[in-house]
Design a protein around this ligand. Structure first.
Ligand code: NAD
Length: 368
C-alpha cells in the first residue's frame, strides 16, 4: 500500500505551529518516495470546544476512525475557563477518550541526544558517549493506574485508607513484550526489561512472561533489571540502553527521567500503538511536551518533536522505514548544520544559527 489516511489534530497552543511544519515535511516525503498521504485536519482540545462545543468533537472522532493513524499536536490551556468540569477538560476528554477508543496499549518514547547538543544534557559529557539513543516502551492500559479495587475508604477513628491495585494478566504482558522485541529488532537488538521481581508478584510474572516471549526473538539480547537500579543506571550509564520495557507506572517515571537527558521537550516524539490487524498498526503520534502557552504564537516552538512523531508514524504504522530514516536523517543534518530553536540554543556555540519554528521546518524539509 502506498496511500495512507492521516487525521491531523493540531490542538492548542503551539500545536498548530508545529503541526504546520510536520505537514510541510510529510509533503516533501510524499513527493520524494512517490507516496500518497490523505491528510485531513480537524479541531481538538480548546479548538474543538470553540468549534463544536466538545474537546473531541464527533466529527473529529469519526475522522480518526476512518484514518490509518492520528498525528496529534497537544491540547490544554491552563488559563482557560477553570470552571469547566474536569471530565470535559481537553486533557481528559480528548486524550484519554482517544486512548480508550483505539485501545492504545503501547507507548513508545524515543530519547535521542545528538552529540552536537551535548550541552543540553544534564549529565557530564563523558557519560553521554557519542550521544544518547534509546527507546522506552511503556505498557499504557494496565497496572496500578487501572487495577481494581481502587478507592479511598474510612476505616474508623478518623483513619482513611487508600487502595490502588497493581494487576497484570499474561496476555497484557505478552502483547507489550512483542511490541518491545519488534522495536528492538528495528534498532540495536538489545532489550532491558524493567521490573521489581524481588518484591512484587507482578514483577515475577512480568519477568517470567518476558523471558518466555524472548525465546521467539533469539536475535534480540534480553536482560532484566530491577526498577530502582534502572533509575540509577539511566543517570550513571545511559548509553548501555537500547530498548527499555516497562509496566505502566515504572514506564511513566522512567520515560520522564530518560526524557530529561535529551535536554528539551521540543526534541521528543512519542507513539501510542493499538493492536495490529492485517499487518496494519493503528497509532497515535504526538510530541512528548504540551501546548507551551508561554511561547505559543511567537514562532519560537521547536517543531522537531512533531516532525520526529511523523517519522515514528511512518515507521510503526505504515512500515515505511526508508522514508522514516530520511526524516530522522534530515533532523540530524539540520542539527549538524547549526540550526537551533531557542530551547536548544547555546550562545557559546559559534556556529549556531538561532531560528524560529518555520525556519527549522524549512531546514528539515530541505534536508529530506
Ligand atoms: P509544556 O510541555 O507545554 O511546557 C513545559 C516547558 O517546555 C515550557 O517552558 C515550554 O515552553 C517548553 N516546551 C514544550 N514544548 C516545546 C517545544 N516544542 N519547543 C520549545 N519549548 C517547548 O507543559 P506545561 O506548561 O506544564 O503544560 C501546558 C499545557 O499543556 C497544560 O494545559 C497541560 O495540561 C498541557 N499538556 C498537554 C499534553 C498533551 O496534549 N499530550 C502533554 C503535556 C501537557
Amino acid at each position: 500500500m502506498s496511500s495512507f489516511k492521516i487525521a491531523a489534530l493540531a490542538g492548542d497552543g503551539i500545536g498548530p505551529e508545529v503541526m504546520r511544519e510536520a505537514i510541510k515535511v510529510l509533503r516533501v516525503v510524499e513527493k520524494k518516495f512517490s507516496l500518497t498521504f490523505h491528510i485531513t485536519e480537524a479541531p481538538v482540545g480548546w479548538a474543538g470546544i470553540d468549534a463544536a462545543g466538545k474537546a473531541l468533537p464527533d466529527a473529529t472522532l469519526a475522522l480518526c476512525r476512518e484514518s490509518d493513524s492520528i498525528l496529534f499536536g497537544s491540547v490544554g490551556l491552563p488559563d482557560r475557563d477553570p470552571t469547566i468540569p474536569k471530565e470535559q477538560r481537553p486533557e481528559r476528554a480528548a486524550l484519554l477518550r482517544i486512548r480508550k477508543e483505539f485501545g492504545l496499549f503501547a507507548n513508545l518514547r524515543p530519547v535521542k541526544l545528538p552529540k552536537a547538543l551535548s550541552y543540553a544534557c544534564p549529565l557530564r559529557p563523558e557519560r553521554q558517549g557519542d550521544g544518547l539513543d534509546m527507546l522506552v516502551v511503556r505498557e499504557l492500559t494496565g497496572g496500578m493506574y487501572f487495577g481494581q479495587p481502587k478507592k479511598t475508604e474510612d476505616i474508623g477513628n478518623g483513619v482513611q485508607r487508600a487502595i490502588d491495585t497493581m494487576v497484570y494478566t499474561t496476555p497484557e504482558i505478552e502483547r507489550i513484550a512483542h511490541v518491545a522485541f519488534q522495536a528492538a529488532r528495528l534498532r540495536r537488538k538489545k532489550l532491558t526489561s524493567i521490573d521489581k521481581a524481588n518484591v512484587l508478584e507482578n514483577g515475577i510474572l512480568w519477568r517470567e512472561t518476558v523471558t518466555r516471549i524472548g525465546k521467539e526473538y533469539p536475535d534480540v539480547a534480553l536482560e532484566h533489571m530491577f526498577v530502582d537500579n534502572g533509575a540509577m543506571q539511566l543517570m550513571l550509564k545511559p548509553t548501555q540502553f537500547d530498548v527499555m520495557l516497562c509496566e505502566n507506572m515504572f514506564g511513566d517515571i522512567l520515560s520522564d527521567e530518560a526524557a530529561a537527558l535529551a535536554g528539551s521537550l521540543g526534541m521528543l516524539p512519542s507513539a501510542s500503538l493499538g493492536a495490529t490487524s492485517g499487518g496494519q498498526t493503528f497509532g497515535f503520534y504526538e510530541p512528548a511536551g504540551g501546548t507551551a502557552p508561554d511561547i505559543a504564537g511567537k514562532n519560537l516552538a521547536n517543531p522537531i518533536a512533531q516532525i520526529l512523531s511523523v517519522a515514528l508514524m511512518l515507521r510503526y504504522s505504515f512500515k515505511l522505514n526508508a522514508a522514516a530514516d530520511a526524516i530522522d536523517g534530515a533532523v540530524a543534518l539540520a542539527i549538524d548544520q547549526g540550526f537551533r530553536t531557542g530551547d536548544i540554543y547555546n550562545p557559546a556555540e559559534t556556529t549556531a544559527k538561532k531560528v524560529g519554528t518555520t525556519q527549522m521546518g524549512d531546514a528539515i524539509a530541505a534536508g529530506i
